[in-house]
Design a protein around this ligand. Sequence first.
Ligand code: PXP
Length: 246
Amino acid sequence: MTAPLRLGVNIDHVATIRNARGGDHPDPVRAAEIVASVGGDGITAHLREDRRHIRDEDLARIQEATDLPLNLEMAATQEMLEIALRHKPHAACIVPEKREERTTEGGLDAAGLHNTLVPIVDALREQDIRVSLFIEANERQLDAALRLGAPVVEFHTGEYAHAILDGDSEKTASEVKRISDMAALAAKNGIEPHAGHGLTFENVQPIAAIPQIAELNIGHYLIGEAVFIGLEAAIRKMRDLMDDAR
Ligand code: PXP
C-alpha cells in the first residue's frame, strides 16, 4: 500500500489579509488551530525578508498554539538562519527569494549556491531542524541536494500548474513524468520528496498519486477557496446579528 500523503497548509495569506488593515484580524494562529482541528499534518509559513505576510512574532504564536510541526520557509540568509535557530521549527524549507516577486517563482539553485548553502544546511541540521530544499525537479538540483546532505527536497510544481492552466496536455504529461521520475530518484537516494506551489482542487491528484511523494504544501488556493466556502456562513451570521439588533 502507498504510504499516506501529508498535507502541510501554508497560512501566509491569512496574514496577507490581516496586514491589509494593519490590525489582528484574521489571525493566522486561528487558521493554524483550524488546520490542527481538521487533521492537517503541518503548518507551513514563509517569513519573507519584507515581512509582507507572516511576521516574526507569528512564528512563536503558531508554535505555542498547536502541536503540529511547523515548516518554516526561509531564504538562505544569515538573518533567516538566526531566526530559524531561535525558533527551532520542525523543518526549514530553503526557498529562493526575490524582493520584487509576487510569490516564489521557480526553485532554488541548490547547485549554483552550494557554497552559500553548506553552512546554512549544516547549522540547521545540527539543531535537528529537518532541512528541505525547494528545487526544480531535475537531476542537477537533486544531485546538489544530495551533496548538501538535505534529508528532504520539495519539488516546485509551478510549471505543472501553469501547463494545466494553459490547457497544454502534452506539457502537463511531461511535467508529471518529470516530477514523478525525480521523486523516484530522490527516494532511491534516501531523500524524502515533497511537492508544492500552485496546487488546486483541479490539479492536485496527478501529483498526489506519485507514490514516493510524502508531503504536499498548499496555501494560496486553499485560503482563496476558504473565502467562498466560508463567505456564505459569515454573511448569514452578520445578517442574523443585524436583524436581532432591531
Ligand atoms: N511550498 C513552497 C516552498 C512555497 O514557497 C509555497 C509558496 O509560498 C508553497 C509551497 C505553497 O504554494 P501555493 O501558495 O501556491 O499553494
